[in-house]
Design a protein around this ligand. Structure first.
Ligand code: NAI
Length: 648
């Protein structure tokens, strides 16, 4: 069957794109649209055209698989020019999403009707490119330049109502969007030969402060170039003639499509969608997730409970005693209130979420929860006791999960009658925000437990990555490795602020030492102390972090790697003294490190540890490791992840 059909009903031609799943603008679709243009030009009775899509959405973008390849004819700009220069008006009927090339297509039409639930956007920058088919030239002829800059440089889609307000669509329609488009098409037909969007004047508005935008984007994009190129294209649209602006845009698009940044972003795009392969093969019925138990309502437990509540589950949260349960309930309420305040959720949703939360101290109350997630202190004995108690009260088919960061899931599983129902569900903080979920598969973890992990990730809209059991699973193990090497660099001559600056210069949102200060230094300290007894005598060990903790510097709440008295992280001579003393004690002559050398060392440690994780079968693929580092540890997305960089 053809992916584009053209049916003529009286004076109206209906062009329908049907290219599941999202009507991507593949070569066949472009060819189909070009053919429809020629067909319609031959039909003298046709006075207007309605362009719509079958399935759940309008065109959701280019065919991403084609992006890294040599473009195949017909090219989208040429197809859009055919539509735009047609003798009769084309009206786009948008439902679902019109993204990227999909929105460029709609903008090339002479009118746009959107369903009230539609979303429209130009997310190209998230793939390291910019609109390449006239999007940056047509957009500021429909919306103000400020709105255009916002849309193109952030890549964030807007809802139909906002699109209507800014002028991107002409009409909204709650029901039959094709019918409404037909009516608009008739109206436009009555006005003679339609005016191409590109022939319209730029929308009048206050002058754009290009310099301010550039400064803002440089800060925000952390080294990614696509947002700045997008800004440049819009500036061209303002300062050049239409033909020159279109060709300048195309030149930028083709250059970016072939860039390392775009390849990295495409890699991570597919890696996220392909993550958690091992879960896809788990042939079992997952536990029902409409009611979930959580044990421990501290930072993580409260965040996990919030994530579940916002996804529509009922949650029963168990704490150590009545007063801890009350505090935990208040913590969840605070987190939900925070989401409400940031405008992420509605008042109704917040109310419903709070009403679905129960708290207490009695484990028996968990018996009606098909899944229980434990997030108590990071202590094997405490956690084993929790699993013991759960084993006594939970029905046989309940799935039991631990949110442990480092502990041995197999040793926890031993404490229960049926270890096949135990798995690790390692969330990241804040758990209701962070997109990553490490699903830890113990030696005995069964298909039902894995299927439940998969179903949970889907329900919470998280990206699941399967990890085997080892100290720190995928992410924390890699972090522990480079953290150790960073301390060696401190001992050899670097300073914390230099390491942080190198990482931030590379594109991390925050350097390692600022992150450590933020999370607190005490937990890692306790872990190092616990492991001291089993550390091989000949293993290199830097004592700087221990000495810092012994000096009472435990992180951001007081002092840590930095001094926070002024409210921001300020390098502290006291810390330098501790570092210098340790270099001397270890007999190291301090030397200078360049930012490149620092980053090179961090990357090679990440890559070596990642390779070890792969060799041991802890991760399913190198791409999964990249997903973990990008979604869980602030690795710059536009670099694609450490394993991608190693291959490149
Ligand atoms: P936390 O100290 O903030 O909270 C732990 C909570 O567990 C406390 O509210 C405590 O009262 C409660 N608790 C302790 N024993 C209990 C018991 N027997 N029964 C019921 N409740 C009990 O700790 P946090 O940071 O929330 O960590 C919890 C778990 O999550 C740990 O295993 C940690 O390694 C892991 N984790 C922590 C992350 C983080 O960024 N903080 C990230 C991912 C995992």
């Amino acid at each position: 069957m053809s992916v584009v059909t053209c049916e003529i009903h009286g004076a109206v031609a209906h062009v329908v794109i049907d290219n599941p799943p999202v009507n991507a603008l593949s070569q066949q679709v472009r060819a189909g649209l070009a053919a429809a243009c020629s067909d319609i030009a031959r039909q003298k009775d046709v006075r207007a055209v309605v362009l719509s899509c079958a399935g759940r959405s309008f065109v959701a973008g280019a065919d991403i698989r084609e992006l890294g390849q040599t473009p195949q004819e017909p090219f989208l700009p040429d197809v859009l020019a055919l539509i735009e220069n047609a003798a009769v008006p084309w009206v786009a009927a948008v439902h679902g999403t019109a993204l990227g090339g999909g929105l460029e297509l709609a903008m090339a039409c002479h009118g746009r009707v959107a369903s009230t639930s539609a979303k429209l956007g130009l997310p190209e920058v998230s793939l390291g490119i910019i609109p390449g088919s006239g999007g940056t030239v047509r957009l500021p002829r429909l919306v103000s330049m400020d709105d255009a800059v916002q849309l193109v440089t952030t890549g964030k889609p807007v809802a139909a109502q906002a699109a209507k307000t800014m002028g991107l669509v002409d009409r909204l329609c709650a029901e039959d969007v094709v019918k409404e488009a037909e009516s608009l098409a008739h109206e436009l037909a009555g006005k003679g030969v339609p005016q191409p969007t590109r022939a319209r004047p730029l929308v009048a508005g206050p002058p754009v402060d290009w310099m301010a935008w550039e400064a803002e984007l440089r800060k925000r994009s952390r080294g990614a170039v696509a947002p700045l190129e997008a800004l440049g294209a819009l500036r061209d649209a303002q300062s050049l003639g239409v033909v020159e602006a279109l060709s300048a845009e195309r030149e930028r698009f083709l250059r970016l499509a072939a860039s390392e940044e775009a390849a990295a972003l495409r890699h991570i795009f597919f890696a996220e969608r392909g993550a958690g392969q091992g879960l896809k093969t788990a042939q079992a019925e997952p536990a029902d997730l409409s009611r979930v138990g959580v044990i421990g309502g501290g930072t993580m437990g409260a965040g996990i409970a919030t994530a579940l509540l916002l996804a529509g589950s009922q949650v029963h949260l168990v704490e150590r005693d009545a007063s801890a349960a009350e505090t935990a309930g208040a913590r969840v309420a605070d987190t939900i209130a925070g989401s409400l305040k940031r405008g992420v959720i509605s008042q109704d949703k917040a109310d419903a979420a709070l009403a679905a939360l129960g708290t207490g101290q009695d484990y028996a109350a968990l018996a009606g929860c098909p899944l229980v997630i434990e997030a108590v202190f990071e202590d094997l004995d405490v956690k084993r006791e929790v699993f013991n108690k759960l084993d006594a009260v939970m029905p046989d088919d309940a799935v039991l999960a631990t949110n442990t960061s480092y502990l041995d899931v197999n040793r926890l599983a031993e404490t229960t009658r049926d270890p096949s129902r135990i798995l690790g569900l390692h969330f990241f903080s804040p758990a209701h925000v962070m997109k990553l979920l490490e699903v830890v598969r113990g030696d005995a973890t069964g298909a039902r437990a894995l299927a439940t992990g998969a179903a949970l990730a889907k329900r919470l809209r998280k990206v699941p990555v399967v990890a085997g059991v080892c100290d720190g699973f995928i992410g924390n193990r890699i972090m522990a490795a480079y953290r150790r090497d960073c301390e060696f660099m401190l001992e050899e001559g670097a300073l914390p602020q230099q390491i942080d600056a190198a990482m931030e210069g590379f594109g991390f949102a925050m350097g390692l030492y600022k992150v450590q200060d933020m999370s607190g230094l005490d937990i890692a300290w306790a872990q190092r102390k616990a492991r001291a007894a089993t550390r091989p005598a000949d293993e290199r060990y830097a004592r700087i972090a221990d000495n810092l903790c012994e000096a009472g510097r435990l992180g951001r709440k007081g002092k840590g790697w930095y001094d926070y008295a002024s409210g921001t992280a300020v390098p502290d001579p006291e810390v330098e003294k501790i570092i210098f003393a340790e270099s001397a004690r270890a007999g190291r002559t301090r030397r200078d490190f360049t930012p490149e050398e620092i980053m090179q060392r961090i990357l090679s440690v990440m890559q070596a540890e990642g390779q070890a994780i792969l060799n041991e079968g802890i991760a399913e693929s190198a791409a999964d490791i990249d997903v973990v580092m990008v979604l869980g540890y602030g690795f710059p997305r536009h670099k694609g992840g450490p394993m991608f960089m190693a291959r490149a």
